[in-house]
Design a protein around this ligand. Structure first.
Ligand SMILES: NC(=O)c1ccc[n+]([C@@H]2O[C@H](COP(=O)([O-])OP(=O)(O)OC[C@H]3O[C@@H](n4cnc5c(N)ncnc54)[C@H](OP(=O)(O)O)[C@@H]3O)[C@@H](O)[C@H]2O)c1
Length: 352
């Protein structure tokens, strides 16, 4: 029997590009493609990808159950929320029921984020942390974050792995990092919640670019198209043999490599100075008062500013290349080459 696939978050930055790229991906045959929609306009847009829109309230287990079980969905890609545990568990339970009724393997992909594998979340950062490390699940279990929201996200990610294993559902922890580039989807083309956007937002308010870490940390990066191609390669493997590495070995970081935050700030500083948004492209270290003002500009408490604009993450992608043959098109330095254009789009967006 062919797999029926559900993509959630298709109106978003990552999900939009995934859906836009699926048609030309020459995927093995699958049954029906479903995509979640919250409005009729979204439902209409989703149909252009051959996807049948489904509407459900993520907080309502019965609605998720009905959508998944009645449509015999066997693959769920969850691209909505990296923090809450409720909806992923509802999907896992519904998938288990489909397996019981059809005998097919069932698959749940949970999208988290590189922050869960960073200094902010108490992950080890004194060495490369490989996504193929067989102890990764145990490392995640032992992590402690000072930020309760991040601890909740780490706990949820571990719980997805545990619950899926318990329900005989194959689970994948998909990890986007600093993602850049314009979305190819029908929704907002720029990721307004993401790091470059926030650098620009803060700099516009403070008339200067500030760094938030006293040392010079690095962070993994990925073009949005490469991020989408990893979602697709994983789906290809699921459709071919249903057996990509999963569960406690199912971590997939989508990244071509890392860059230094300082280089990103400098590139953004130059792009902003060129446009007269900051008087100088030089980057200064933020003190406590500046951190407060950056928080006000970003609409976040001061403690959340380093989480949004810095930190150390040594998480390193191995699995997708080794096991799926995933080859990103863009090297990490590419982000620095595109910051200028990216800053231009963001300023136009901010100026509305
Ligand atoms: N982009 C990145 O750089 C990045 C990096 C790391 C991790 N992530 C994680 O990856 C996931 C997707 O990111 P993204 O950048 O694509 O986010 P996004 O652009 O904000 O899109 C989020 C998607 O989820 C949908 N959604 C949100 N709340 C929902 C709800 N209650 N019920 C149903 N649908 C809901 C949105 O639908 P509407 O359009 O109707 O609002 C949209 O389709 C998120 O969990 C994010 O934290 C992203």
């Amino acid at each position: 029997m062919l797999h029926n696939v559900l993509i959630t978050g298709g109106s978003g930055y990552l999900g939009g590009t995934l859906l836009a790229r699926m048609g030309a991906a020459n995927l093995p045959p699958y049954g029906k493609l479903y995509a979640s929609a919250r409005t009729t306009a979204q439902a209409d847009s989703l149909r252009q990808y051959g996807a049948q829109p489904l509407s459900f309230n993520l907080k309502d287990e019965a609605e998720i159950w009905a959508s998944v079980v009645e449509n015999k969905i066997t693959v769920v890609y969850y691209l909505v929320d990296a923090i809450s545990y409720g909806p992923p568990l509802f999907f896992i339970k519904a998938l288990a029921e489909v397996k019981k009724r059809t005998g097919q393997t069932v698959h749940f992909l949970h999208t988290t984020g590189a922050k869960l594998f960073s200094s902010h979340a108490g992950a080890p950062t004194d060495r490369p942390l490989l996504d193929t490390d067989p102890r990764l699940y145990d490392i995640q279990k032992s992590q402690r974050s000072k930020l309760s929201l991040l601890q909740e996200a780490v706990n949820s990610s571990c719980a997805v792995t545990e619950q899926a294993e318990q329900h005989d559902v194959r689970s994948y922890i998909f990890v986007p990092c600093i993602v850049y580039g314009k979305s190819e989807g029908f929704g907002e083309p720029i990721a307004t919640l993401r790091q470059i956007y926030k650098i620009v937002q803060a700099a516009k308010a403070l008339k200067r670019v500030y760094r938030v870490d006293p040392d010079h940390p690095t962070w993994p990066v990925c073009h949005v198209v490469d991020n989408a191609s990893l979602y697709i390669e994983l789906l290809r493997k699921i459709l071919i043999d249903g057996n990509p590495s999963h569960g406690k070995n199912g971590y997939y970081l989508a990244s071509s490599g890392s860059i230094a935050w300082d280089d990103l700030y400098s590139a953004a500083g130059s792009a902003l100075a060129k446009r007269g948004v900051v008087s100088s492209g030089e980057v200064e270290m933020a003190d406590d008062q500046i951190m407060e003002e950056m928080g006000a500009a970003l609409g976040a408490p001061k403690e959340f500013v380093p989480l949004q604009l810095g930190g150390r993450c040594t998480f390193t992608a191995r699995r997708a290349g080794e096991e799926l043959g995933w080859k990103p098109i863009y090297q990490p330095q590419h982000i620095l080459e595109t910051v200028d254009a990216e800053v231009g789009w963001i300023l136009r967006h901010l100026e509305g």
